[in-house]
Design a protein around this ligand. Structure first.
Ligand code: AP5
Length: 218
């Protein structure tokens, strides 16, 4: 996995973040989640955060220019020298073209774009049941992944948890629409480039991970 540069794609709640984090933890390749970066920008009240807040709350996509600039700067950081996993970027054709340009400029090659495929009808339950440890960010689910000890984080022992404001039924509907209209066209884009791999994400998390390891030759 060292030196690999991959994109995790798939619908909201499909398990991109869950699987990217597992790869990061096991193979020490950094996960770059644009959703997390934008939420951090909102938390600090930066100009990007101010611009992104209402767009994200509505379930729509933040502007391509903001995202491309964010990734351009982020992948120059030393922790990306060993490869990276893009989680939630690119999400539109202009973002994919922007990524191509900036990687060419930096002399980097994309190894794989992975689609974590999950049927729409499974996603609402996944998203509305999701919660994370407020201290370390470990992800959980009301049904699919509860902490071993009730209300205590398995990783850091924290006892405060939070839920995302965009994980409600109305916003999920808009996020899914944005996925099908703006992001799904990237699948044929990467297929034509010969880097698209598909993993069945509608299975138990460790089975999905085992498939990813096999597909990526890890
Ligand atoms: P972002 O944070 O990227 O959200 P998203 O794409 O909607 O994806 P999620 O994080 O909701 O889902 P996931 O696939 O990572 O699922 P997870 O692993 O957590 O983006 C948020 C917003 O930011 C966007 O709407 C947009 O406004 C903006 N934004 C971000 N990037 C942008 C970009 N490039 N351009 C423009 N705007 C951008 O899993 C979900 C739950 O299911 C968890 O509880 C998990 O435990 C559970 N789960 C995972 N896998 C399984 C499994 N196999 N079986 C059962 N449960 C599972």
């Amino acid at each position: 996995m060292a030196g690999k540069r991959i994109i995790m794609m798939g619908p909201p709640g499909g398990g991109k973040g869950t699987q990217a984090k597992r790869i990061q933890d096991r193979y020490k390749v950094v996960q770059l989640s644009t959703g997390d970066m934008l939420r951090a920008a909102i938390a600090t009240g930066s100009p990007v955060g101010k611009q992104a807040k209402s767009v994200m709350d509505a379930g729509k996509l933040v502007s391509d220019d903001v995202l491309i600039a964010m990734i351009d700067e982020r992948i120059d950081q030393p922790d990306c020298a060993n490869g990276f996993i893009l989680d939630g970027f690119p999400r539109t054709i202009p973002q994919a073209e922007g990524l191509e340009r900036l990687m060419a400029k930096k002399g980097l090659k994309l190894d794989a774009a992975i689609e974590v495929r999950v049927p729409d009808e499974k996603l609402l339950e996944r998203l509305t049941g999701r919660f994370t440890c407020a201290k370390c960010g470990e992800g959980y689910h009301d049904k699919f992944k509860l902490p071993k000890k009730a209300e205590v984080c398995d990783v850091c022992g924290g006892t405060q948890f939070s839920r995302r404001s965009d994980d409600n039924a109305d916003t999920v509907k808009t996020r899914l629409k944005a996925y099908h209209e703006q992001t799904a066209p990237l699948l044929p884009f990467y297929e034509r480039k010969g880097v698209l791999k598909v993993v069945d994400g509608d299975r138990e998390m460790s089975l999905v991970f085992a498939d990813l390891e096999r597909i990526l030759g890890l």
